[in-house]
Design a protein. Structure first.
Length: 195
């Protein structure tokens, strides 16, 4: 789930730009919705553009359709070629939505994307529900998954408070714990604290 962390806004009279990150429930797509207030109805803006910087990649400036949601994938973000769509990376993303006016008007936000680790967590959770372990081991696995979930949420909370390094460390810890959990038959062996 993506969570907005920081916002910088330059506002022109009667024009207030705002943009939201939408959940697509798909590791291959990311979506943003225009939540701006425009002085005209329908909006009359020039060159609505979104700049998107995925973690580990350069910024890509793309046309943005006003008053609706816009969906992007690895091809549109220049991460992969047509026909070779890839999963979008988790981590800190930066976006900047701008329109051309008598002065340049823009809004910039950063957010922590956790869609890939969420999918991995969901797979671990579903495997836990289907496994045939004794109740004590199953209870231990539930404790382990709860701990992993708190690390994921901690990563989002740290990003929300501009603690980027802490956010990345918490994310890496959650990912490591999930990998170990899945490799150990979903917690049916080993201890929660042997990481």
């Amino acid at each position: 789930m993506a969570t907005t962390t920081t916002t910088t806004t330059v506002v022109a009279p009667d024009l207030r730009l705002d943009i939201f990150v939408l959940e697509t429930y798909n590791v291959k797509t990311i979506a943003f919705s225009d939540a701006s207030t425009y002085p005209n109805n329908p909006p009359e803006v020039t060159l609505p553009t979104i700049g998107i910087t995925p973690p580990g990649f350069d910024e890509v400036a793309l046309p943005f359709t006003v008053e609706t949601y816009n969906v992007f994938n690895s091809v549109s973000l220049l991460i992969s070629e047509i026909g070779t769509e890839k999963d979008l990376p988790d981590g800190i993303w930066n976006i900047a939505y701008s329109v051309f006016d008598t002065q340049t008007v823009c809004i910039a936000k950063s957010f922590m994307r956790v869609n890939k680790i969420q999918e991995k967590f969901d797979n671990a959770f579903m495997t836990l529900d289907m496994m045939e372990c004794d109740s004590k081991i199953k209870a231990q696995a539930k404790v382990e998954l709860t701990s992993i979930w708190f690390f994921i949420q901690g990563s989002i909370a740290a990003a929300n408070n501009c603690a980027i390094l802490q956010s990345e460390k918490l994310y890496a810890k959650a990912d490591s714990m999930l990998t170990r959990f899945l490799n150990n038959n979903c917690g049916c062996s080993g201890s929660l604290y042997n990481y």
